[in-house]
Design a protein around this ligand. Structure first.
Ligand code: ADP
Length: 548
């Protein structure tokens, strides 16, 4: 029997319409290159999103076209999130901090038709000028007064473009499975891979993310996402905030600036903020050095990398603020698990509570998870057994843009049973708390950004005295993880750490140059002859990097 309910499609534009009607007075405050403190209401925001939709069509963009963004967290980037997706195009967010070749690859692979870029990103585009053959227009996200000089063809000013457009626009209705957004994730080897979100996945993800046990999003709260909008949709904040009418504060290019963050959070009375561990360590240091605190800040969510215990303790003891750790991936939109209590745990001692907060949290509704052994057999949730972490659900990727999405195919991340293999190794406690214990994918996460270990290994073995090299990530107090290079030297040769590092500088991106070099007689290998990184990580479990 068929139900008799309206088959309303889940549309991102519906969030915008809801916010405009119900929370027209709520503010969105931004730092941009052209304004230290820009303010607009959701009412103005909605109007400008409609102007943007008209502007896109005036520029010749059509349903399904990819529209790239290279920008920080601010109101114009928010307008792109809604204006682009709402009108049926795909909002493709790109990390401006990637290597220029990667940025060019991503833009070309996605076939971006128009690029919207922050003023500060223009030098990068100038450098890529000859590699962007498919881009028709570049819109600089500023006003006329702040437009940079440019040698690029078809450069347009965002504010002038909008000013020419009517604010009347009827948001189209279409299939909720239509692509709404795109974000590339860097793989271990080969090129970055495009994750493609839908209106349906984005909406369901935001609904779940706004639940009380997840982020306590509400009209009573003010949020400041420090997690960049070019990285997995700033963990869904741009959607969840408008759903519940939460005031947004957006730090623009000042994401890593302790003083600006403190000032913004204090004066705008931010209650909730989200970001990677490196950001919080820097902010905590700034607050300590300047004898400051942020009275309104009640909760911070931490994700993207394991949250060091010291972050939990310092926020509680020095700032009366609760740390909420979450685990996720670009492929999981990203929300997978997040810290939340079960009845009875509210009485835990500070020590016990910190233990819980240092785990990766519990699964949210919508995400099913399991851990499996080498034979793909499910392991118990006993907090002891550890295995490969797999997830599935309506906001988990089933394939990558332009690659096969047939389960089992090597290009497809999903197995025959429909589970997405995360590449993380974990235990799950009887209460459902996930603990990431290791990673099978061969990448290092430093300050929330990926570094390819293979790239470093390849560069190292180019040295004639190095016979074999392996790179693993090890704990670092500032970056959470940094690369450690372990080398086997050619017979009879000797090298110092500094000589190896000197050789690598200039061949690798600055962040990819290892923080430590160790020499061993041989490296461990698996039965199939591959480097056994799990073994290496055990051997170097207590490794400490030399002081810089
Ligand atoms: P994001 O940085 O948004 O989490 P990525 O796709 O770049 O998304 O990275 C996902 C990977 O980051 C995970 O597979 C895991 O290895 C690591 N990660 C994310 N959150 C955590 C966490 N809380 N603890 C440990 N590792 C994490």
């Amino acid at each position: 029997m068929q139900a008799l309910m309206m088959n309303s499609q889940l549309m991102i534009s519906s969030i915008l319409k809801h916010a405009e009607k119900n929370f027209p007075e709520v503010e969105m405050v931004s730092v941009t290159v052209d304004s230290p403190r820009h303010r607009q209401t959701y009412k103005t925001f909605a109007k400008r999103c409609r102007q943007l939709a008209n502007a896109l069509s005036a520029l010749g963009a059509e349903f399904g076209d990819r529209i790239g963004t290279l920008a920080w967290n601010d109101f114009r980037h928010m307008e792109l999130y809604y204006g682009v997706s709402g009108s049926g195009m795909v909002c493709h967010t790109i990390n401006p901090k990637l290597f220029p070749e990667q940025v060019a690859y991503i833009i070309n692979h996605a076939e971006d038709k128009i690029l919207f870029v922050d003023v500060l990103v223009m030098p990068l585009l100038e450098a890529l000028k000859d590699h962007l053959s498919k881009v028709e227009t570049i819109v600089v996200m500023t006003d006329r007064a702040h437009m940079p000089e440019s040698t690029l063809p078809n450069v347009v000013c965002y504010e002038e473009l909008l000013a020419e457009q009517s604010d009347e626009y009827e948001w189209p209705q279409f299939d909720e499975n239509t692509a709404s957004g795109m974000c590339y994730t860097s793989g271990t080897t080969g090129h970055p891979k495009g994750v493609v979100y839908s209106h349906r996945s984005t909406l369901l993800h935001a609904l779940s993310g706004a639940l009380p046990d997840v982020t306590t999003a509400s009209n009573m709260e003010t949020t400041l996402p420090v997690v960049p909008m070019f990285h997995v949709n700033a963990w869904g904040a741009p959607y969840a905030a408008l759903m519940v009418g939460m005031k947004m504060v957006l730090p623009g290019p000042k994401m890593a600036d302790g003083e600006t963050l403190t000032d913004l959070m204090t004066s705008e009375e931010v209650t909730f903020s989200s970001g990677v561990p490196t950001i919080w360590l820097a902010l905590l240091d700034y607050l300590a050095a300047n004898n400051k605190t942020i009275p309104s800040l009640a909760r911070v969510s931490v994700g993207g990398a394991a949250c060091p215990r010291i972050i939990v303790e310092r926020f509680r003891e020095q700032h009366n603020c609760t740390v909420v750790q979450g685990w996720g991936m670009t492929e999981t939109s990203p929300l997978g698990t997040i810290f939340s209590l079960k009845k009875g745990m509210e009485n835990y001692s500070d020590e016990q509570m910190t233990d819980l907060q240092c785990l990766q949290g519990r699964g949210v509704f919508g995400i099913e998870m399991c851990i499996v052994d080498e034979n793909n057999e499910e392991l118990p949730w006993d907090g002891e057994a550890f295995g490969a972490l797999k997830v599935r659900g309506p906001w988990v990727a089933k394939g990558y843009f332009g690659l096969s999405d047939v389960p089992g195919n090597e290009e497809c991340p999903v197995d025959e049973k429909g589970w997405f293999n995360t590449g993380d190794v974990a235990t799950i406690s009887p209460d459902g708390f996930l603990q990431i214990t290791d990673r099978t994918k061969d990448v290092i996460k430093s300050g929330g950004e990926w570094i390819s270990s293979i790239e470093i290994e390849n560069a190292a073995v180019n040295h004639e005295d190095i016979a074999e090299a392996a790179v693993i990530g090890r704990y670092h107090p500032k970056w959470t993880e940094r690369p450690l290079l372990i080398c086997v030297l050619q017979e009879g040769k000797s090298l110092s750490s500094e000589e190896v590092l000197e050789f690598l500088r200039g061949k690798l991106h600055k962040m990819a140059v290892p923080d430590g070099v160790e020499f061993v007689d041989e490296l461990p290998h698996t039965a199939t002859g591959k480097l056994n990184k799990l073994g290496l990580r055990k051997t170097f479990a207590d490794y400490e990097f030399p002081a810089a």
